[in-house]
Design a protein around this ligand. Structure first.
Ligand code: UDP
Length: 236
């Protein structure tokens, strides 16, 4: 499979077309951004770690019957994927209060939510990815009501699979963000699932093992990412 033109360069990845119109290659970079690009930096080997973690988690989800864009891991930084028409909605699932849930609604950080909360955000950097409801999404034309229903129930199913998986690896899945896309009349999970897009806390100590270490200059960023990789891949 050969890369042809670069389709897109985002904050953490580049996407390339290939000689097969249905397939693209996602290349994971070490660049890191936070607070909608206001904080910029780099995390050594992040691209390699996030590709490895994402491939493992997508494979796990596929085995649980949840379709994803993953075709195969091509190299340390490259993932071969189905070409998606990305739905401009970021779906956030929360199990424990953190981040914007604390800021926006006054939850105490660390509060276990009785039921997971699913939120929709408009994927639009110029507007700072605003929180929205289904009516906004439909009015904006980003997805149909039926598609939004699929996104929410798919996100809940993914949460069910991932929570159990991480608990076995002594990690709390605090919250995470998902993106979906259309491919041949089907909706597939896209993008990545990694410490860039999830909050992971150590099950025993609540130590933060995710991008919050970069966001808030907590130190030990690379070590946290490789610790998650070690636990996810079951390495020693
Ligand atoms: N998230 C993400 N990309 C975004 C916004 C959020 O991957 O553009 C992830 C974030 O890492 C966290 C979850 O979604 O795991 C919830 O993020 P939150 O709404 O608390 O916002 P943040 O703290 O990132 O401002």
């Amino acid at each position: 499979m050969k890369k042809t033109t670069q389709l897109y360069e985002g904050k953490a990845k580049k996407v390339f077309l290939t000689d097969d119109a249905d397939l693209v290659i996602q290349e994971f970079k070490d660049d890191a951004t936070a607070f909608n690009n206001k904080k910029k930096g780099s995390i050594a080997e992040k691209g390699v770690v996030n590709n490895a973690i994402s491939c493992k988690l997508f494979t796990l989800l596929e085995a649980a019957g949840i379709r994803t864009h993953l075709v195969e891991k091509l190299s340390p930084r490259e993932m071969l994927c189905r070409h998606l028409d990305i739905i401009k909605v970021e779906v956030v699932v929360r199990n424990i209060a953190a981040g914007s849930l604390v800021k926006r609604y006054g939850f105490v950080e660390g509060t276990q939510l009785e039921k997971p909360i699913v939120e929709l955000y408009l994927k639009n950097d110029d507007l700072d990815d605003p929180l929205m409801n289904e009516s906004h999404a439909v009015a904006l034309g980003v997805a149909s009501l039926e598609e939004l229903g699929v996104l929410k129930s798919r996100a809940e199913a993914i949460n069910g699979v991932l929570r159990g998986f991480f608990a076995e690896r002594k990690l709390k899945l605090v919250d995470f963000k998902l993106e979906f896309g259309r491919n041949n009349n089907e909706i597939l999970l896209g993008d990545e699932i990694s410490p860039d897009t999830c909050r992971f806390w150590d099950l025993d100590t609540n130590e933060k093992l995710d991008k919050d270490r970069f966001r808030f200059d907590l130190g030990g960023v690379e070590d946290a990412y490789s610790e998650v990789q070690r636990r996810v891949l079951g390495q020693n």
